[in-house]
Every structure is written in structure tokens, then in C-alpha cells.
Design a protein around this ligand. Structure first.
Ligand code: F6R
Length: 600
């Protein structure tokens, strides 16, 4: 979704703004722009398309201001166009702003402003904010901003500059991320940490309904109604290198290869003497819960599907995994005996955040499983467990998924342990070997490159699995479709003959996963049914399963069935990755997708 950068300091603003926007490209965008203040005037350059277009356009300008704001836009209200791009300014070009989020009541505010004689240039909801600022401005930009925040409904991260107060940037946040960095001789702001790292690792996380005034040598924080507050300066525990490609062709490949390391990091300090240690959850008495929800979107939902099965099996508490956009509108049964677990890499996903707030309103205990430090979901939940995946830049999630699986398995056994249930020690022991096994699978990458050639010219692919393998194939199919645009559906293998098998014909490709011993033979029988109808099969299974007639079988290392859910993700990620490469797709930035989905 939209990305924001802002700079207020001794140096020129433009280099920071542009490098920051490039670090935010992964969020998905369709236009970009910057404004700096120079010699008492706003200088705005913006255009539709990639950052490269903006860079080209900037060749004709000399932006040398020391205060500026930048933006990459992911269209919600109004098509991608030069006019709809941010920054937006008022008519006499004295105030300019960038906005991430959605102003839900913009229609009525726009009508009110039009009735007062205002003209609008764009179709965006964001322009309403700058016109309102113009309306309320009476010699004090901060006061005007406070009044505007009272009027607007919806979500926002806002950075505002004005020629009337050219040494300042005013920022405000509600339900959209905004992080402020304390750099050398400057205060900077951005939607995500990677945009700041070239300048600083020392940051403030702005909370919802908070504002700040940035100047080159000082910063003040306020509540949205103007009460001054103190904020803690936090040091980010990784550096710029972690957010760069590091010699890999794409972020997605780099992140796939980082998995042995980040899984190790996620495990670090969390297992000792066959016990799971999750100090972050100290104080929770798990006996009080009679129901558990896992709530998430997309890949994080697939991890939740897996986590929910492991938790239910090991604790015998009824568990439901549900997608956040359904949960929030389904009038779910929640009370003080409910434990609700929210899984989100970014920690900013709008539906997951809304679901979390709903669960809190109904007195559930909430736990966030998040990757991004200081993200809204991680701060809003009662408890937070962090995956240690580091920055995930590729839009398609890979290392965040496997680290979520690791943490959810730890969580399941931790809850069982706290309830005095029998815990599967073999799985706990083997968790420490997972990084090495992942490494071994990655060494077989050429094989998956070969398998990918089977998919190059296909429009459809079929994924099948049962139990935990069903969660894995859902994720495998999602990965394939989002990066290679091959239409892929995942089915519970036992459901094939109830309909989907009608689609199978000579040359169809079926990707089957059979790693769960108690049901693997059943899935393998379902595979034979597809082969009998002309399908070509890629099977990922474990040694010991008897497999006949299958063209391509990949055997996973020998670990417990629960842990196979982690290992099987690797071949499926590589298959999707290589298919996308063979087809020449933009692997890191698939069309229409955004990394952090901050709108509903
Ligand atoms: C797919 C993918 C998405 C995200 C989903 C939730 O590869 O990345 O499906 O998993 O948008 O995002 P988070 O985990 O940030 O809440």
C-alpha cells in the first residue's frame, strides 16, 4: 500500500525521500511524488508509474530544499494518474501533504468544501485533508491539523508541510504505520523501517491518534488533541544490509535462502531442557480458556490453519482458524474465556487489526504473532511473540511463513506444557534440526527449477493434500498464483472426486503433498485417480510411502509429521519462484498486490 517518506534536517531532503521511496517499493504502488520547500515555495514533482518515471522527471528540476515529503501511491480512490498522485496541495500552493490510508467521510467533507467555494483537482480522498487544512489554517499549522483530525474519519498516516512554517513537518497517525527516525542532523519519517535504515536505526513508533512536530534538531510528540507526551527511542536490531538484495537476483530468492538462519533466530532461547520458554506470555493462565481463535489473512492464515491443528491436538481445546475479513463480520463467539491469536507479518493488516480490536472489545485475551517490531497489531495485542524473520521485502511471503509456523508450533506445545498435558518431545527436539534440513532442501533447488518447466505454458495447476498438508497446499497454490500468474487451486485430496476431478485432463499438472503418515496413503490413492485421467504429478512426500506411476517424487527429510509442514514449504516456494522466473514475471512485485494491506 502507499509509502511515505519525510525529511527535515541540515542536508537536502530529496536524497532521503527518494532512497526511502525505493525501499518502500515492495509495498506496491502505481505512482510517486515528492514536495520540498525552497525559497518560500513548494516544489512538487509527481507522476504516474514507477519511481524511475519520477526520477526521470526530476532531471528537469532542481529540488534543493531541506524539508520535504515523498509518497508512493497504491490507488484506492481514483485511477493511477499524475493528478491523483501525492503530494497534494491547496489551491494557492502553501500547504502540501502525503497520506496513507482512507478518509471514509471524504465525500461529505468534499461536498461541504465545494459549497464553501473550494475546487478539487484530483479524485482522491486525500485531497480533502489538504483543503480542510487550508480552511482551518489561521497562522498555526499544528492547530489547523488538530481541527482537521477531529473532522476526518478513517485511517491515516499524514505528513504535512507548509511555506508558512517552512522549518517543520507535522505528522499524525491512525491505523496506518508511521515511524520517525532520529538521524544525524535530521528527523526523518517513513511508513516502514527499511526506508530509514540508511540514515538511522534509532526510531520512535508513533501510536494511533498521536502527532509529532519534526524540526531539524528537535521533535515534540502530542496526543491528537494537543497534549504533549514523551516517546521512547528504540534501536532497530538489524541494519540496512538485512533489507538489501545481497547479491541475489530478487528479494524473494534471498528471503527463501535466509530461512535456515531466520528459523534458527526464531527458535533461539525458546527451547531449553525439552521445555518451551515463551517468557513474553508469562502471567497467562491457559486453564481459563474454552475456545481459541486464530485470525489472519493470506499466507498468515495458512500458517494459522496449521498452528490451529497442532494446538487443538496438543491441548484438546477447541480451536477455530478463520480469515480476518470473515471473522470481523461473523459475530464470533467471544468472551473472557476466549484466547484469540492474530498472525501478521507486517502487523498492520487492516482486517486483522480490526478483528483484534473486536476480540478485545469482547474481553478475549489476545496474542499477536508478528514480524515487524513496533507494528500496530503487535502493540495493540495483550501479548506479542515476534518471529525473527528480519525485513521481508518481496511481496510474496516466504521466510515470514516458515518462521510463523515455527513459532505457532512452539506456542501450541507451550500451551500444552502450561496445561500439564503430554508434550511431543520428539518434535521439540527435532525443531533444532529444522534449519539444517531446510538448507539440504535448498541444495536441491535445480530439481524444482526442472519441475517449474512443467508449469511454464499452463493456465491452471491443482494442489492436493489432507490435514496439515492441506494448509501447505493452500500456501503452495497461493505462492504459485501470486508470483507466476498460473491459476492454482488447492483442494482437500478427498474432495477431488466430489467435483474438481472433472477438470483433470491429459497434461494437467497436479502438485500433491503427502507427509502425514496416517493419511498419506489416502492422498496417494487420490493421486492415482488423477494419473488415470491423464494428469502429470509432482509429489512431495516422505520416505516409506509407496508411490507408483508418479513422474516426479521428492522425498523430504525424515522429521515428525508436524514439522513436515515447515519443510514442505520450501519446495513449494521454489516451484513458484522458478515458474515466475521462467515466465519472466516481476517476482518481487507481482501485479495488483501490496505488501502491507492497510485498507479493508
Ligand atoms: C502472500 C502474502 C499475503 C499476506 C497477507 C497478510 O504471499 O504475503 O497473503 O500473508 O496479506 O499479511 P500480514 O501477514 O502482513 O498480515
Amino acid at each position: 500500500m502507499c509509502g511515505i517518506t519525510a525529511y527535515c534536517g541540515n542536508g537536502f531532503a530529496l536524497p532521503f525521500l527518494m532512497q526511502g521511496l525505493s525501499k518502500l517499493e515492495y509495498r506496491g504502488y502505481d505512482s510517486a511524488g515528492v514536495t520540498t520547500i525552497e525559497k518560500g515555495a513548494l516544489q512538487t514533482v509527481k507522476c504516474k508509474g514507477r519511481l524511475k518515471n519520477l526520477e526521470d522527471k526530476l532531471q528537469d528540476y532542481k529540488l534543493e530544499g531541506h524539508v520535504g515529503i515523498g509518497h508512493t501511491r497504491w490507488a484506492t480512490h481514483g485511477i493511477p494518474s499524475n493528478l491523483n498522485s501525492h503530494p497534494h496541495s491547496n489551491d494557492d500552493e502553501t500547504i502540501s501533504l502525503v497520506h496513507n490510508g482512507i478518509i471514509e467521510n471524504y465525500r461529505e467533507l468534499k461536498d461541504e468544501l465545494i459549497a464553501k467555494g473550494y475546487h478539487f483537482q484530483s479524485e482522491t480522498d486525500s485531497e480533502v485533508v489538504v483543503q480542510l487544512l487550508d480552511y482551518y489554517y489561521d497562522g498555526d499549522l499544528f492547530e489547523a491539523t488538530k481541527k482537521v483530525l477531529k473532522k476526518i474519519e478513517g485511517s491515516y498516516a499524514l505528513c504535512i508541510v507548509s511555506v508558512f512554517e517552512p522549518e517543520k513537518i507535522i505528522v499524525a497517525k491512525k491505523d496506518s504505520p508511521l515511524i520517525i527516525g532520529k538521524a544525524d542532523g535530521a528527523y526523518v519519517a517513513a511508513s516502514d523501517i527499511p526506508a530509514l535504515l540508511a540514515y538511522t536505526k534509532d526510531v520512535y513508533f508513533l501510536d494511533d491518534l498521536e502527532m509529532a512536530i519534526l524540526q531539524k534538531d528537535k521533535i515534540h510528540f502530542y496526543t491528537h488533541d494537543g497534549k504533549e507526551i514523551n516517546k521512547e527511542l528504540v534501536t532497530i536490531p538489524y541494519d540496512l544490509e538485512a533489507a538489501q538484495k545481497d547479491g541475489y537476483d530478487t528479494f524473494m530468492l534471498k528471503e527463501i535462502y535466509e530461512q535456515p538462519h531466520v528459523i534458527q533466530e526464531t527458535l533461539r532461547g525458546r527451547i531449553a531442557d525439552q521445555k518451551i520458554i515463551l517468557d513474553e506470555l508469562q502471567g497467562i493462565d491457559f486453564h481459563q480458556y474454552n475456545r481459541v481463535y486464530f485470525v489472519a489473512c493470506g499466507t498468515a492464515y495458512h500458517a494459522s490453519l496449521c498452528g490451529s491443528q497442532v494446538l487443538e491436538r496438543s491441548t484438546k481445546i477447541p480451536v477455530i482458524a478463520t480469515v480476518a475479513s470473515e471473522f470481523r463480520y461473523s459475530d464470533p463467539l467471544i468472551d473472557e474465556h476466549t484466547l484469540a491469536i492474530f498472525v501478521s507479518q507486517s502487523g498492520e493488516t487492516a482486517d486483522t487489526l480490526a478483528a483484534l480490536r473486536l476480540a478485545k472489545e469482547h474481553h478475549a485475551t489476545t496474542i499477536a504473532i508478528a514480524n515487524v517490531l513496533g507494528s500496530t497489531i503487535s502493540r495493540d495485542a495483550d501479548y506479542v511473540l515476534y518471529t525473527c524473520a528480519g525485513p521481508e521485502i518481496a511481496v510474496a511471503s516466504t521466510k515470514a511463513y516458515t518462521t510463523q509456523l515455527v513459532l505457532l508450533i512452539l506456542l501450541a506445545y507451550y500451551v500444552a506444557q502450561q496445561l500439564g498435558k503430554d508434550v511431543d518431545f520428539k518434535t521439540i527436539q527435532q525443531l533444532n534440526q529444522i534449519p539444517q534440513y531446510v538448507e539440504n532442501i535448498l541444495n536441491d533447488h535445480q530439481l524444482f527449477e526442472q519441475y517449474a518447466k512443467m508449469l511454464e505454458t499452463l493456465h491452471d495447476a491443482y494442489f492436493i493434500g489432507r490435514g496439515l498438508d492441506y494448509a501447505s497446499v493452500l500456501e503452495g497454490a497461493l505462492k504459485l498464483k501470486e508470483v507466476s500468474y498460473v491459476h492454482a487451486d488447492a483442494y482437500v485430496a478427498g474432495e477431488l472426486k466430489h467435483g474438481p476431478i472433472a477438470l483433470i485432463e491429459e497434461g494437467s499438472v497436479v502438485i500433491a503433498v503427502a507427509t502425514q503418515p496416517h493419511i498419506a496413503a489416502k492422498t496417494i490413492s487420490n493421486i492415482q485417480e488423477t494419473i488415470a485421467r491423464g494428469a502429470r504429478v509432482i509429489l512431495i512426500t516422505t520416505h516409506g510411502e509407496e508411490v507408483k506411476n508418479v513422474e516426479n517424487t521428492y522425498y523430504l527429510p525424515d522429521v515428525t509429521p508436524t514439522l513436515q509442514a515447515i519443510l514442505v514449504a520450501i519446495p513449494l516456494q521454489l516451484l513458484a519462484y522458478y515458474t515466475a522466473c521462467i515466465k519472466g514475471c516481476d517476482v518481487d512485485k507481482p501485479r495488483n498486490l501490496a505488501k502491507s494491506v492497510t485498507v479493508e
